[in-house]
Design a protein around this ligand. Structure first.
Ligand SMILES: Cc1cc2nc3c(=O)[nH]c(=O)nc-3n(C[C@H](O)[C@H](O)[C@H](O)COP(=O)(O)OP(=O)(O)OC[C@H]3O[C@@H](n4cnc5c(N)ncnc54)[C@H](O)[C@@H]3O)c2cc1C
Length: 458
């Protein structure tokens, strides 16, 4: 328990990071007056599972909620004010200007310490027709309710998903599952641009096999109620669609900070130090609205994942309540299950390694997910990026039918611990024929790297 040096803590945002922060502040400081201000109607929901609600895999919206408001209020003594949107901050007076939804009332709420965990929003491209009623965003439970309501009422047959990243692909899959013919439009040369080319290609082919149309190097130039206009080197044409979904990346929800001198970085995210403190000592930030230190590059980066959200939330909460914990940073580990494939990455990619001045090599191979004697093994393609000078692993990416999530976590641990490929090659990884191979694919690809590095010396 920490000494009570101040009276109240206000948390902005009532989802992953904000509730982790408020809960940790309560655990270590039972005396503190803690209030969470949430602009939406709901708190504590599983954003990551929202696509499954659209596809019908999750049937009831209620199944998406983790903890009810009462849990926080009664068990944790944390006040939750929903429909309370923070619209401004006076950092000198330590006051928040808060709009209560459905009213013209603006309340002033004072804080001693403040945690900002306001998440992010879809980046809205400046395209004619972008505000049409059949164009949807997909960031929170209210967006999901709106989209589901539209689908149930209008029975759309064709959709366009704008943006071929992880959320775009998850939503294309969800539409495909409910028989909405989907075109995925990506401006860049390939989908899953944060991954290596080979992974993007495997996924693109799989999407097309599943009857999702993938159009890369293609920009959407306008939208109307029954079609979108696309432009590529082949020219301009219209694609019929009953709905369009924006998956065009996210930007931190920090517009309400513009009158303060809180420093912002990449994607408008709040710059924080390793204590999750902003440029004001009594204001902390965590989750998707804040930067994190990238452990591989050593720089502040924008890595908006739920796994970073809960951890940064916990540390921000602890420190705001009087603690002194440090967040080591993130190696950028992500995993997805899409179109029956697990896709994952951690660390940095080959282009980033080269641009940072590493003499890096990239190794790629594919292996069976478990022993051939047991039926059902699936193929896993693995790519690793290795620094030839130190032989340390810099990044790993994978795609395959099973066992990818388990293995990417081994690589994430290895990168965080600065292990060399020699160490990982001999790492004692588990084996049973139905689960792995005697030399696990993680060992094997690192063995391949060891051979390549040794032979380049001779
Ligand atoms: C479709 C989808 C799938 C995803 N899948 C994964 C996944 O598989 N794995 C993974 O790690 N991550 C995934 N993510 C990302 C993950 O959901 C986010 O990283 C996580 O929700 C971040 O938590 P947060 O609390 O920082 O932000 P949020 O969850 O966005 O919460 C922020 C809250 O702040 C509120 N708020 C915003 N502005 C204000 C204001 N001015 N005043 C008051 N309240 C405000 C918002 O209403 C919101 O409830 C996915 C995201 C989406 C959209």
């Amino acid at each position: 328990m920490y000494e009570n040096l101040y009276n109240n803590l206000i948390v902005i945002g009532g989802n992953v990071a904000g509730l982790a922060a408020a809960s940790q502040a309560r655990r270590i400081n039972p005396e503190l007056d803690i209030t969470v201000l949430e602009s939406g109607k709901y708190i504590s929901y599983g954003t990551c599972a929202l696509p499954y609600y659209i596809s019908g895999y999750i049937k009831k919206i209620d199944d998406l909620f983790a903890y009810p408001k009462d849990f926080f209020e009664q068990k944790r003594n944390i006040k939750i004010l929903t429909s309370h949107r923070v619209v401004g901050i006076d950092s000198a007076k330590k006051e928040l200007l808060v709009n209560v939804a459905g009213t013209s009332e603006n309340r002033i709420i004072s804080y001693d310490r403040l945690i900002i965990s306001s998440g992010g929003s879809t980046i809205v491209p400046d395209i004619p027709g972008i505000n049409s009623s059949n164009v949807f965003h997909f960031r929170n439970i209210e967006d999901a309710e709106k989209l589901k309501g539209y689908i149930d009422k209008n029975n759309p047959k064709k959709a366009v998903v704008i943006g071929g990243g992880q959320i775009g692909m998850l939503m294309a899959e969800a539409f495909n599952m409910i028989r909405i013919k989907t075109s995925l439009i990506e401006m860049k040369k390939r989908i899953f641009g944060g991954f290596e080319y080979e992974i993007s290609t495997i996924l693109s082919r799989k999407a097309e096999m599943e009857n999702i149309i993938v159009l890369t190097d293609t920009a959407v130039s306008s939208i109307n109620s029954s079609s979108v206009t696309i432009e590529s080197v082949e020219g301009k044409r219209d694609i019929d669609c009953d709905l369009a979904l924006l998956a065009t990346g996210i930007s931190a929800n920090t517009g309400f900070l513009l009158d303060t001198s809180i420093e912002l970085g990449k994607n408008n995210a709040i710059k924080v130090n390793n204590k999750l403190q902003t440029s004001y000592i009594n204001i902390y930030a965590c989750g998707d609205c804040a930067t994190v230190k990238n452990i591989v590059t050593g720089k502040q980066d924008y890595i908006p994942t739920a796994n970073n959200g809960v951890k940064t939330g916990r540390i921000a909460g602890e420190n705001a309540a009087g603690g002194n914990k440090t967040f080591a940073g993130s190696v950028g580990t992500v995993v997805d299950k899409v179109l029956d494939l697990e896709v994952a990455k951690t660390g940095i990619g080959s282009n980033e390694a080269i641009s940072m001045g590493y003499e890096a090599i990239k190794l790629i191979d594919s292996y069976a997910s478990h022993a051939g004697s047991v039926p059902g093994a699936k193929k896993i393609a693995i790519i690793i990026i290795v620094d030839t000078r130190t032989r340390k692993l810099l990044g790993a990416q994978m795609i395959g039918g099973e066992g990818v999530g388990k293995r990417i976590d081994v690589f994430a641990t290895a990168i965080t611990s600065e292990m060399t490929v020699d160490d990982i090659y001999m790492l004692d990884l588990s084996y049973a024929p139905a689960v792995s191979t005697v030399w696990d694919p993680v060992n094997k690809i690192c063995g391949k790297a060891v051979l390549a590095l040794d032979s380049s010396k001779n």
